[in-house]
Design a protein around this ligand. Structure first.
Ligand code: BGC
Length: 367
């Protein structure tokens, strides 16, 4: 009884170290089927993942002196994930369509679909009860955990029963490998990604503006004031959006480029320069004081760099410190926003008999 209470109140205290517990999909109130899974490797790196939202709650990695810190923003109890004001999506899988769909509408095979709108007039990260707000089944796999969610036909307005799984594995090269697979019984759209906020100096540190970022992209998608792409693919050359050579995130933030005003800073989608299909380096983040480096590799065509512009100090993280404006950043590998309404862009349609399959890697190091 006491154990059950603790489990309800302090999810992270009852770390289930690689248990093989398989819980049925559950309502949010069914706390007993929510668990926390801890992955460790031979370098003592620790990654914690809960099956509430398939959420990464902690990533503990060494700095250049071997000192460990948690570099992922998040909470130490499940209630905060469920009730978080302003819905930051800390660490979760977002979908069925991660990012925005204009006015929550798209047409597929001549049929118009209307989705839940939860970001003004637009649809964001899967709607009111997106994949970050549901309980996933979990099972043990080699060096990791695999989570599965079965989304119903019509859930948040999307067509098709969708079975989606994400496996998280931790390698001895300090890499978290995230492999997504999905199938459907009706034509639908899918675009899922992980929404971890990083601060390589340690979560709770005040800013990421001093982090050095490189993004392997020569074009980005300018947006309107609702952060919906205009359809243009704009050259980054000569703009604050040029991260082809590493630069401090804060360097051009004060520029009067209207795009930075629309995003309240960086909240844009970069179209990756790819040599070929497959896993390629998309972005590298470096924090000089700690020496920590994060490489993001992906099979996806684009990446959303969101600079934590909506963090405002109201959310208190696991170390008890408020998450200040721009104290964490997301590097969300994905298709570009509103692709279902942009037939000229890479397709996000999944049909019966096809398999959706993508991989993204967060690889940590020091220099
Ligand atoms: C979006 C932001 C949004 C944030 C929510 C990001 O992926 O790009 O516009 O505010 O998610 O936390």
């Amino acid at each position: 009884m006491a154990t059950s209470l603790i489990r309800r109140l302090f999810l992270l205290v009852v770390t289930a170290i690689m248990t093989c517990c398989i819980a049925p999909a559950a309502e949010v109130s069914d706390f007993d089927s929510i668990n926390l899974y801890t992955l460790t490797n031979q370098n003592n790196m620790v990654v914690k993942i809960t099956n509430y939202g398939a959420t990464i709650t902690s990533i503990i990695v060494p700095d250049r002196n071997g000192d460990m810190a948690d570099v992922a923003l998040g909470y130490d109890n499940v209630e905060s994930y469920i009730n978080a004001a302003n819905r930051p999506y800390f660490g979760s899988v977002v979908g069925r369509y991660g990012n925005r769909i204009a006015q929550g509408q798209f047409t597929l095979d001549g049929k118009e679909y209307t989705l839940a709108t939860n970001d003004g007039e637009n649809h964001l990260h899967g709607g009111q009860m997106g994949f970050d707000k549901v309980v996933w089944d979990a099972e043990r796999v080699d060096n990791g955990v695999k989570m599965t969610y079965r989304a119903r036909d019509g859930e948040e307005g999307y067509p098709g029963n969708l079975t989606l799984s994400v496996s998280y594995t931790l390698t001895n090269e300090n890499a978290i490998v995230m492999h997504y697979e999905a199938t459907t019984d009706k034509p639908t759209v899918v675009n899922v990604t992980n929404h971890t906020y990083f601060n390589l100096a340690g979560e709770g540190e005040p800013t990421i503006n001093d982090h050095i970022l490189r993004i392997n992209a020569s074009k980005f998608t300018p947006v309107d004031s609702g952060l919906i792409p205009t359809g243009e693919l704009r050259d980054v050359a000569g703009t604050p959006f040029d991260f082809r050579a590493p630069k401090p995130i804060g360097r051009d933030l004060q520029s009067n480029d209207p795009q930075l005003q629309h995003g309240l800073g960086y909240d844009h989608n970069w179209v990756l320069d790819r040599e070929e299909a497959g896993l390629e380096l998309a972005a590298t983040l470096y924090e000089a004081h700690s020496g920590r480096v994060l490489d993001v590799l992906t099979t996806e065509p684009a990446i959303q760099f969101y600079g934590g512009n909506f963090l405002n100090g109201n959310l208190i993280g696991k170390s008890g410190k408020p998450y200040q404006h721009r104290s964490g950043l997301c590097l969300e590998t994905q298709h570009s926003p509103d692709s279902p309404n942009r037939p000229e862009w890479p397709s996000t349609t999944l049909r019966p008999g096809e398999k959706y399959e993508t991989t993204t890697v967060y690889r940590f190091g020091v220099k």
